[in-house]
Write a protein that binds this ligand. Sequence first.
Ligand SMILES: CC(C)(COP(=O)(O)OP(=O)(O)OC[C@H]1O[C@@H](n2cnc3c(N)ncnc32)[C@H](O)[C@@H]1OP(=O)(O)O)[C@@H](O)C(=O)NCCC(=O)NCCS
Length: 131
Amino acid sequence: MPPLSAKYSQFVMPDHINVVGTLFGGQMIAWIDLAAAKVSHRFFKGADVDGAVTRAIEQVEFKEPVFLGDWVNFTASIIKSSRTSISIEVEAKAEGRKGKPRLACVARVVMVAVKKDNKGLYQKTPHGKTL
Ligand SMILES: CC(C)(COP(=O)(O)OP(=O)(O)OC[C@H]1O[C@@H](n2cnc3c(N)ncnc32)[C@H](O)[C@@H]1OP(=O)(O)O)[C@@H](O)C(=O)NCCC(=O)NCCS
């Protein structure tokens, strides 16, 4: 059975901070996209595909601020597999020096399997993988 989840972590550095002193939301979305890419990379191992691209980020909810020096621990889980696409739920938990991990952000990402055609262009392709 293919792996259905992946973990990914990032450390919040000064370059990641916005003008109100918390993690910049666009940076969080980029990390969410990478976490989704990691689980799709695992899921598509053995499939006749050349990779997967992000088709949609259907929802993103920023629930708690994240601060300089926090670790952000992502869990990306595949929740649906369709003909060319997969749906992935990503949870981001912030881990500070004190206190319990906080659920900082949740998102739903759709990635589409692609294959290179004879002109060198990447086109959607059925991936043949089921949950
Ligand atoms: C991804 C891409 C190859 C898909 O080609 P397309 O002809 O647009 O494909 P479709 O509209 O038929 O959609 C393909 C799949 O995505 C799903 N999809 C399309 N739009 C969607 C949306 N807004 N939300 C959720 N799923 C969506 C479709 O249901 C279909 O899934 P299925 O085959 O599993 O049923 C093309 O849209 C593309 O190249 N987009 C740009 C990708 C990109 O640059 N991403 C950022 C960098 S990774």
